[in-house]
Design a protein around this ligand. Structure first.
Ligand SMILES: [Fe+2]
Length: 220
């Protein structure tokens, strides 16, 4: 039996569901020729939702990854004494986050696309890469972390290592988390957690427990 396939960004996409396959909805930034991308993948011992939550947790970048790309985000803001101002826009199939600093021309933006893609827009900060992180479930405890880095300038290929190496810094933390993301949280959340809480709510309402998820879940 054949399965419907597409080749997008040099990757083979296979529809494994039932019924008629809809065309995959992918961001415009994945529609370039295959040689526009650097592809990296590895297997993490964690539930796929943990990887998505981590990729959306942008406030850890200037701290955990301060010696690589996180420094490029945080250092100018620290020097300028900036406050972060952020805006979250929900669409039917995505959440878009815009994070700007109040007194300098810099900021950071990312998007989560249902179900398992986070796009980090470093190019909007003047760094010529756009990082697409996919969390592809293998089973309930293992996930293939696939990263497609769009190279927007010829010299961008030299920067790829700066985005791949820091992944290890997250892996040890994420692999320490048991099972899927929780439906409710006893953690203390702050306003910048709102995007990840929207992901949690979507996951539990549509994927994990669609019948019991009618109960309210705080997201602010
Ligand atoms: Fe990280």
């Amino acid at each position: 039996m054949g399965l419907p396939t597409r080749i997008i960004a040099g990757l083979v996409w296979v529809f494994t569901g039932q019924g008629e396959a809809a065309e995959p909805q992918v961001p415009e930034s994945l529609m370039r020729s295959p040689d526009s991308y650097f592809i990296h993948h590895e297997v993490w011992n964690a539930h796929w939702t943990r990887l998505i939550e981590n990729a959306m947790d942008y406030v850890h970048l200037p701290f955990v990854h301060r010696n690589s790309f996180g420094g490029a985000i945080g250092q100018p803001a620290i020097e300028a004494g900036s406050f972060a101002e952020f805006q979250i826009v929900q669409t039917e199939h995505s959440v878009q986050v815009f994070n700007r600093f109040h007194n300098i021309e810099s900021g950071f933006a990312f998007e989560w696309h249902q179900p398992n893609l986070v796009v980090l827009k470093f190019d909007e900060m003047g760094i010529p890469v756009r990082v697409h992180s996919f969390a592809i479930p293998i089973d309930s405890q293992r996930t293939r972390y696939l990263i497609a880095i769009q190279l927007l300038e010829p010299y961008a290929a030299e920067m790829v290592k700066d985005f791949i190496d820091p992944i290890v810094e997250d892996r040890v933390v994420i692999e320490s988390q048991n099972g899927e993301i929780p439906a409710t949280t006893e953690e203390r959340n702050v306003p910048t957690d709102r995007a990840t809480l929207l992901f949690r709510r979507w996951y539990h309402q549509t994927i994990a427990h669609p019948t019991i998820a009618r109960q309210a879940m705080p997201i602010s």
